[in-house]
Design a protein around this ligand. Structure first.
Ligand SMILES: *[C@@H]1O[C@H](CO)[C@@H](O)[C@H](O)[C@H]1NC(C)=O
Ligand SMILES: *[C@@H]1O[C@H](CO)[C@@H](O)[C@H](O)[C@H]1NC(C)=O
Ligand SMILES: *[C@@H]1O[C@H](CO)[C@@H](O)[C@H](O)[C@H]1NC(C)=O
Ligand SMILES: *[C@@H]1O[C@H](CO)[C@@H](O)[C@H](O)[C@H]1NC(C)=O
Ligand SMILES: *[C@@H]1O[C@H](CO)[C@@H](O)[C@H](O)[C@H]1NC(C)=O
Ligand SMILES: CC(=O)N[C@H]1CO[C@H](CO)[C@@H](O)[C@@H]1O
Length: 490
């Protein structure tokens, strides 16, 4: 992991708390700027399912540094302007990319953390992510075999010389943990989940360095037996998961191929250059998938740092990348907070990390990205387990001893997008009547309803109105340090 797609700016402040009620956040202040909401086997705050109001009314959902968490309200769409100094107009004829979805990763560590809770608390946690009452994740990234967020090193084919993959076998981590959780997540979800597979390393015996970690590539050349075996390994993985009724929307060509080009890289990696990976996809992986029982599985390249675009895409003949290759799409496969050496691990209730998430997601969406996948679905209080101590943060932190989990501000940020931007929602233009640094993005959903999300990272409340020529005027305010999602039918 460690995909530095955003920078952290850490400051400290003390936040207020929100009211405690039946369905409300039980706030816990750990001194990191805002609160985390505590959930247990019998209580968890939840935004609830969304039913659009008829045309002429809007719904709004607000999360603030001072403690609101996807707080719902509603109002009338007006027929005339309120005269607000700032107007954000929907420009419906400016159409951009369509959304695939939002989600997180079912790593070995995430699965262990979720399963360390009592069955009741596990259920509450899964409902928070996947059900209509929660934030309705639709994408789950599934590491193929071990990564740094595992407690041991393994692949599914560790028998040396097993080119036919006769001894390919899923791990106990899959069979006892990840698969049952994915099935439960699917059962809670109102739509089929889009699963995304990523491998970290090939089996050691297929690699130049004879190890899962460090600098190393596949032996031989694309088209050779190691490259063929590695392609067939992906097919076998899809075959095995399908036996559990889990089918994959897409696979990536491998997590962070650039890491495997670094001397002494500390955890599982497999090096590729754009040229070797292009040739492996065209000679081995592509044909293997096409002739498998999963011919429609999408292949995503460059499951790696954003900085490597558009070079990789150019070599594969894929803002810059979109304009070069408009028929392909961009999708964010991994992001997290707390990976920087200065400020590693968990910061319960951090508001800065929430704003970093929101800023990064809006920026990506406004540059043609079709979805955004968070990293571990759940970590422990130390930001692990992680066998190389590469501890980071997660939107849900589990305290096994107390049988509780904490929903961090980043959890609600994810919800401001995942719950509203259904697959197929199309981004449209927004024009500002005057200079403002409010960060915003707007979409028309498949049913024609409109969604606008507004981020304010300053200390000032900002009055504004939305104008949608198909609906009217929505008077609103973006409070200091808040994120607001407005949704209305037309
Ligand atoms: C769960 O949390 C609620 C709200 O804080 C509390 O009233 C209840 O006692 C807790 N249940 C357990 C089993 O700790
Ligand atoms: C807006 O105009 C429509 C059509 O004239 C009318 O039916 C509606 O009541 C008006 N709404 C408001 C809030 O004034
Ligand atoms: C590999 O699989 C074969 C056939 O199922 C079995 O006989 C053999 O013991 C396995 N080898 C290892 C090292 O697991
Ligand atoms: C398999 O999963 C799909 C949803 O992805 C569901 O509709 C179907 O009922 C499941 N089948 C079985 C046998 O569980
Ligand atoms: C890599 O590790 C080896 C063995 O520990 C060490 O000798 C070498 O200096 C390391 N190389 C770099 C570039 O860190
Ligand atoms: C309109 C307004 O004041 N927006 C603020 C919201 O947050 C951004 C980012 O920090 C500020 O630059 C804007 O001034």
């Amino acid at each position: 992991m460690t995909q530095p797609i955003f920078l952290l700016f850490l400051t400290f402040a003390v936040a207020g708390t929100s009211a405690k009620g039946n369905n409300e956040c039980v706030p816990r202040n750990f001194g990191h700027g805002s609160v985390a909401c505590e959930c247990n086997a019998t209580h968890c705050d939840s935004p609830g399912s969304i039913k659009l109001l008829p045309p002429g009314q809007y719904l709004s959902f607000l999360t603030t540094k001072v403690g609101k968490r996807l707080e719902r309200s509603q109002g009338q769409v007006l027929n005339s302007s309120t005269g607000a100094a700032l107007r954000l107009s929907i420009v419906a004829y400016q159409k951009y990319q369509k959304i695939k979805g939002f989600g997180g990763a079912m790593t070995d560590s995430a699965a262990m953390n979720i399963l360390s809770l009592s069955p009741g608390a596990q259920d509450k946690l899964l409902r928070q992510y996947f059900s209509m009452e929660g934030i309705e994740y639709s994408v789950v990234r599934v590491p193929m075999a071990s990564c740094d967020f595992s407690t041991r090193l393994y692949t599914y084919a560790d028998t040396p010389g097993d080119y036919q993959l006769d001894n390919f076998t899923l791990a106990p981590e899959d069979i006892n943990m990840k698969i049952p959780l994915l099935q439960r997540a699917q059962a809670l979800s109102s739509l089929p989940l889009s699963l995304l597979a990523s491998a970290w390393s090939a089996p050691a015996w297929l690699k130049t360095n004879g190890a899962l970690i460090g600098k190393g590539t596949l032996k031989g050349k694309p088209g050779g037996k190691e490259h063929k075996t590695w392609a067939n390994y992906y097919v076998r993985f899809l075959d095995e998961y399908r036996k559990y009724n889990l089918t994959f929307w897409a696979m990536t060509t491998g997590n962070e191929p650039s890491a495997g080009e670094m001397t002494n890289y500390s955890f599982q990696a497999l090096g590729f250059t754009p040229e070797t990976q292009r040739d492996w996809v065209s000679m081995d992986l592509g044909p293997a998938i096409t002739s498998s029982q999963h011919p429609h599985t999408q292949i995503l390249i460059l499951d790696d740092n954003r900085l490597l675009l558009p070079h990789w895409a150019k070599v594969f003949s894929l803002s810059t990348t979109h304009h070069l290759y408009p028929d392909f799409y961009l999708f964010g496969t991994e992001a997290c907070a707390g990976f920087m050496p200065c400020c590693r691990g968990v910061k319960l209730g951090s508001w800065d990390r929430a704003e970093d998430y929101a800023h990064d997601i809006i920026e990506d969406l406004n540059h043609y990205v079709t979805g955004w996948t968070d990293w571990n679905l759940a970590l422990d209080l130390g930001g692990g387990p992680n066998w190389v101590k590469n501890f980071v943060d997660s939107p849900i932190i589990v305290d096994r001893k107390q049988d509780v989990f904490y929903k961090q501000p980043t959890f609600y940020i994810m919800g401001h997008f995942s719950k509203f931007l259904l697959e197929g929602s199309q981004r449209v233009g927004v024009s500002f009547s005057s200079d403002s640094h409010l960060e915003t993005t707007a979409f028309i959903r498949p049913d024609g309803s409109r969604v606008m999300t507004v981020l304010n990272r300053t200390n000032k409340d900002v009055q504004f109105e939305v104008w949608d020529s198909a609906a009217g005027y929505i008077p609103s305010v973006s409070p200091a340090h808040s994120i607001l999602t407005l949704i209305w039918a037309v």
